[in-house]
Write a protein that binds this ligand. Structure first.
Ligand code: SAM
Ligand code: SF4
Length: 463
């Protein structure tokens, strides 16, 4: 398959549309918000209109619409995962990243398979079920086989009969054959961020190595999907270029995947540039994105692609994370470390970037629960083979709540039974009871049955 970016990231079209909607009237904004409430997604023009909102009242309406969509489709569920950094070796020269090849200020390390199992055990002990495996773009002697072995090691690790149930992967773009091998290891989502869709900006910050090739990167998900990986994740590193442009380009990327494969990305990540050891770009982003703009980005994405998960990492502070839950974030990382081996020995200098949220998992879970959100460790869809189009089929008619709501509660109950501190247990049980009392119909029946089974000592129950 030969896909050129010329055909799907069309800078001229983006700029023309942005220019056209630079100052939308009140009526135009209201029309887009009304369309968004139908929860069928938005087009490039609609997104451009929303990016131009600056008026406080209109912004508030945007946020309220995002909250309405999030509550209607996802309810109060928040999926929890932990990143697992296996290696910070890297042959690329991304000016914003501490792992870039020429950076002498960090200690280089790639974990052995034994160490990966130990790190995973630390995560299992905390109660994690989902891991995002992350690496720089250069692998030790075993080359790409290292990544395959590492995925296997994470699945093989055990503690008290518990294990990681879904491994998502964020590694550099692969060839189609390599993607096939990765799929054979039973990964969940493969994610890759374009960083910036704006070619000149991309060139400025990617100074060497394979990553300097914009086209190889932007076609990565085509190769992944061609190889049969149907849950894929996209993302932009906000701060490298104008976020308005990035949002429209992201829409073009999504439309392209939908056109070719009949299904768009499973998730969108919204990393914002954070300070990183040995990086000027990271400390002085060329296009800084303020907190209000950041909330606007999340809200617009929630309206534009209502059924696509939005992931927020521990790059953001606890305050920003809680503000964006209400706007549409559906997955968060918790208790994270970004240096290889970091769960045994934290070392922020050698981490990939500074973390905004340092709290351990138990504390994050308690906080999330106190805010009324149900932490979910569910991996049911993936294990039942409900991925890609099959997931979207159950998602689109609004069934996320009917499946994921009950599964979130049973997986949370399992967490409380086995890993929570007494304080978190108390908060969590109250939340489960309250949520069950508010549920109606089939989801309520299912949820009660599942939670009861976990209370009786069963684990890993889902529908
Ligand atoms: N090396 C692979 C690559 O670059 O695609 C995968 C792992 S890389 C460590 C994962 C992501 O970290 C990058 O795609 C980038 O968006 C993000 N990142 C790098 N430096 C960052 C920084 N200073 N602040 C926030 N995110 C950063
Ligand atoms: Fe390497 Fe990825 Fe960091 Fe770039 S972002 S320097 S490719 S680890």
């Amino acid at each position: 398959m030969h896909t050129t970016t010329q055909s799907f990231i069309n800078e001229q079209e983006i700029n023309t549309i942005l220019e056209k909607h630079r100052q939308p009237g009140l009526e135009e904004v209201n029309e887009v918000l009304a369309k968004a409430k139908e929860m069928k997604g938005l087009d490039l023009h609609d997104v451009a209109v929303l990016t131009s909102i600056n008026d406080r009242t209109q912004l508030q309406e945007l946020f309220e619409t995002a909250n309405h969509i999030k509550e209607t489709i996802y309810g109060k569920r928040l999926v929890i995962f932990a990143p697992l950094y296996i290696s910070n070796l890297c042959a690329n020269e991304c000016t914003y990243c501490a792992f870039r090849a020429k950076n002498k200020a960090i200690v280089r390390r790639s974990l052995s398979q034994q160490e990966i199992k130990q790190e995973t055990e630390m995560l299992i002990k905390q109660g994690h079920k989902r891991v995002l495996l992350v690496a720089g773009e250069s692998y030790p002697n075993q080359r790409f086989q290292y990544v395959l072995d590492s995925v296997r090691s994470v699945y093989e690790a055990k503690h008290n009969n518990a294990e990681i149930r879904r491994v998502n992967v964020n590694v550099a773009p692969l060839s189609e054959d390599e993607f096939r091998l990765l799929k054979n290891e039973k990964i969940g989502t493969y994610q890759i961020f374009q960083e910036t869709y704006h070619r000149p900006s991309y060139k400025k910050v990617h100074l060497g190595g394979l990553k300097a090739n914009y086209d190889w990167r932007i076609t990565a998900l085509h190769r992944a999907m061609e190889a049969g990986i149907d849950d894929v994740g996209i993302g932009v590193l906000f701060g490298l270029y104008d976020y308005r442009f990035e949002l429209l380009a992201m829409m073009q990327h999504i439309a392209e995947l939908e056109r070719v494969f009949g299904v768009g990305p499973h998730t969108i990540s919204v990393p914002r540039l954070e300070p990183a050891t040995g990086s000027d770009t990271a400390s002085n982003p060329p296009y800084p994105v303020g907190d209000l703009e950041f909330r606007k980005i999340v809200a617009i994405l929630r309206l534009a692609v209502p059924y696509t998960g939005i992931i927020m990492s521990t790059r953001e502070t606890a305050k920003m994370r809680s503000e964006t839950f209400a706007l549409g974030v559906s997955q968060i990382s918790a208790g994270s470390r970004t240096n290889p081996g970091g769960y045994e020995h934290e070392d922020e200098v050698s981490g990939q970037f500074s973390l905004g949220d340092h709290r351990p998992l138990d504390e994050v879970i308690r906080d999330v629960a106190q805010m009324g959100y149900v932490p979910s460790f569910c991996t049911g869809c993936y294990r039942l083979g409900r991925t890609g189009q099959d997931f979207m089929d159950i998602a689109k008619p609004g069934a996320i709540k009917a499946h994921c709501g009950p599964n979130a509660l049973s997986s949370f109950m399992e967490y409380l039974n086995n890993y929570a501190s007494p304080e978190t247990y108390k908060t969590g049980i109250q939340l489960i009871e309250k949520t069950l009392a508010e549920m109606e119909g089939l989801p309520a029946d299912r949820a009660r049955k599942l939670v009861d089974r976990v209370k009786r000592g069963q684990s890993d129950v889902f529908c």
